[in-house]
Structure formats: structure tokens, C-alpha cells
Design a protein around this ligand. Structure first.
Ligand code: NAP
Length: 320
């Protein structure tokens, strides 16, 4: 089968298509025929080799995908051949025609969700679920600022927030991204490249501030987030790509809480809760993964350039 193989860490071009032979599935392993694979920023960090969870070389990237169960090991009880599934992890990688996963990596993909949409389920929806519900512990009626609402995690957060009865404010920097946030349910949208957007958001909340900030670029925004955070507000650091000079007094004065989170750290109980909520939301239709752009598998390098360098507008997926 064809798969992307990374033989050395480096730029997107280290990802090349090769013929690969998969061994298995055995025990609780499952062979999944991949119909679409999700591209996430973390895939690009792992590819450079500097991430704490960098894989051993050579490897096939990707843990998010959607497809059909092709073959199961003799210990598998949770899925059967022919099931439509989304993946939340993979043993052999998902940028490929087939992937070996443990059955614990798999969840059913409801019939009303396409494979391309399914490829954008796990990382965006589990991350935003964990940020909103397991970290900030949002309550209906609160106001949440999704600081970076046009990307995979941000649009998922908007959908969760609206279904949970929150007032959702999003930010984006392109017209398409702003429109996507509104189309997915945001009550208002601001441009995070506008120096004054913090005060504009504060004004929008009648100068009370937002209760919660889901922060996609903390190294740029953390210091100024306090300009639009309410008293006793909570900030969840989801995305960060550098350092920031920070004045801790701001957290003190507002009695604020700053949470960090990484999906890598979520234990089984939290992950199971996320899967359950996601399955319900997908089948009910209030979660609808927004596919922004799809690339053929052979253009994986272009998809990595796109996710890092272009304005976001939904999920990027690879089609084997
Ligand atoms: P994505 O699809 O590439 O979207 C990136 C988002 O960041 C876009 O909405 C983009 O908006 C926004 N952004 C750009 N500049 C910004 C600024 N100055 N202020 C606020 N937002 C800004 O990526 P994603 O999948 O949504 O992931 C978002 C971030 O979360 C990434 O850094 C990713 O690595 C991280 N992440 C963390 C976890 C975790 O477990 N902690 C899990 C998943 C993702 P425009 O393009 O419209 O400017």
C-alpha cells in the first residue's frame, strides 16, 4: 500500500510517498482502510523532531482519520469488519491507504458524517471539548472568547459553545475565516490582527469582560487577554508558538485562573468522556466538522505548508 514515510526530521518535503507493507492486525489491533486523514498543526511539529512526543524514525505521520474496518485481530471486541470509524490515534500512522490501530483508538462514525468530515473529528473536537468542559468547566449563560475561531479547534469550540448555551465570541483574520466562525454559530467575530480588538471585545460585553478565553496563540495574546477578561475569568492555553512577557499581577487583580492543556495528557476517563460527547454531537448534528480543503496523499507536503502559512478556514484533509 501507499503511505507517506518520514526518514529524517525536517521541512514538509521530508514526507514522501512509498510502498509500505503492514504487519497485522493481531490481538486487539484493527486494520482500517483510510478514506481521509486529518492534518493537524501537531503533525508539523512532530515532523521537525523537536516535539516532546517526536516519533522514532522512519515513521508515517497522522493520528486523525476516518475509514472502514478492513480486518480485525482475534482479541477485538469493540468494532467489526465493515464498520465506519474515526481514529483517535494510530500505531502505524494515518497518512496512508491503510492504518493499523488499537481498537481503543477507534470510535464509530455516524452515517450522517462523511469520511472527509470524520477525518476532522478527533483532535479538534476532543481538544475543544477538554478546554471548554474539562478545564474551564463552562456554564450555560457564560461568555466565551474563542481566540482563533477559524481553524479546526476554533470552529469545533464554537459549535460546542453554542450547543452548551454559551455566548460565543470568535476571532479570525480573513473574511472567509470570520464568516466561517459566524456560519458555525459565533454571536460576534473580531479580527485578531487589529490591535484594538481586545477593547472592542470588552465593549461588546458591556465592559464586563468574557468569562472564559480559549487561547490558540498564547505567546501573542496572553498579556493582553486580561484587557477583555472578566473578574474571576479563566483562560485555557490551547495553542502556543513562542514566549511572551507576562505581568502576573493581572491574574492576581482579576482573581483569574490560567489553565494549560495538552490532549496528550488526557487520561482514559477524560478521553472516554470526550468520545461519548463527540459521538452524541455528531449523530445529533450539532457537531459538523467543517472541511476547508483536501489534498491528495502525495501532496502531504503542500498540506503542511498550508496549515502553518495560510489563513485558516476549517480542516485540512488528505485523501489517499
Ligand atoms: P489551525 O486550523 O491551523 O488554526 C489556527 C488558528 O489560529 C486559526 O483560527 C488562526 O486564525 C488562529 N490565529 C492566528 N493568529 C492568531 C492570533 N494572533 N490570535 C489568535 N488566534 C490566531 O490550527 P488548529 O488545529 O485549530 O489548532 C490551533 C492551535 O492549537 C495550534 O497552535 C495547535 O498546535 C494547537 N493545538 C493544541 C492542542 C493541545 O492539546 N493543547 C491540540 C490541538 C491543537 P486566522 O488564520 O484566521 O488568522
Amino acid at each position: 500500500m501507499k503511505a507517506i514515510v518520514v526518514r529524517e526530521f525536517g521541512p514538509p518535503e521530508v514526507m514522501q510517498v512509498e510502498d509500505v507493507e503492514l504487519v497485522g492486525p493481531t490481538g486487539t489491533q484493527v486494520l482500517v482502510k483510510i478514506e481521509a486523514a486529518g492534518v493537524n498543526p501537531v503533525d508539523t511539529y512532530l515532523r521537525t523532531g523537536i516535539h516532546a512526543h517526536a516519533p522514532n524514525l522512519p515513521y508515517t505521520p497522522g493520528k486523525d482519520a476516518a475509514g472502514v474496518v478492513e480486518k480485525v485481530g482475534d482479541g477485538v471486541t469493540r468494532v467489526a469488519v465493515g464498520d465506519r470509524v474515526y481514529t483517535a490515534g494510530s500505531i502505524s500512522g494515518t497518512y496512508a491507504e491503510y492504518s493499523i490501530c488499537d481498537e481503543s483508538h477507534l470510535a464509530r462514525l455516524p452515517d450522517n458524517v462523511s469520511f472527509e468530515e470524520g477525518a476532522g473529528v478527533w483532535t479538534p473536537y476532543a481538544t475543544s471539548y477538554r478546554a471548554l468542559f474539562q478545564k474551564a468547566e463552562v456554564n450555560a449563560g457564560e461568555t466565551v472568547l474563542i481566540h482563533g475561531a477559524s481553524g479546526g479547534v476554533g470552529l469545533a469550540a464554537v459549535q460546542w459553545a453554542k450547543n452548551a448555551g454559551l455566548r460565543a465570541i470568535g476571532t479570525a483574520s480573513s473574511e472567509e475565516g470570520k464568516q466561517a466562525a459566524l456560519d458555525n454559530g459565533a454571536d460576534a467575530v473580531f479580527d485578531h490582527t487589529d490591535e484594538d480588538h481586545f477593547s472592542a471585545i470588552h465593549d461588546y460585553t458591556d465592559r464586563k469582560g468574557v468569562d472564559v478565553i480559549i487561547e490558540m496563540l498564547a505567546n501573542v495574546n496572553l498579556e493582553r487577554d486580561f484587557e477583555c477578561l472578566s473578574m474571576f475569568g479563566r483562560i485555557v492555553v490551547v495553542g502556543n508558538r513562542g514566549s511572551v512577557e507576562f505581568t502576573p499581577r493581572q491574574a492576581m487583580t482579576k482573581d483569574a485562573t490560567i489553565y494549560g492543556m495538552s490532549l496528550f495528557n488526557a487520561g482514559k476517563e477524560k478521553l472516554d468522556a470526550a468520545h461519548k460527547a463527540i459521538g452524541f454531537g455528531l449523530s445529533q448534528g450539532f457537531l459538523k466538522p467543517p472541511v476547508g480543503r483536501s489534498f491528495p496523499l502525495a501532496e502531504a507536503a503542500a498540506s503542511h505548508h498550508e496549515i502553518i502559512n495560510s489563513k485558516a478556514n476549517g480542516k485540512i484533509v488528505l485523501i489517499p
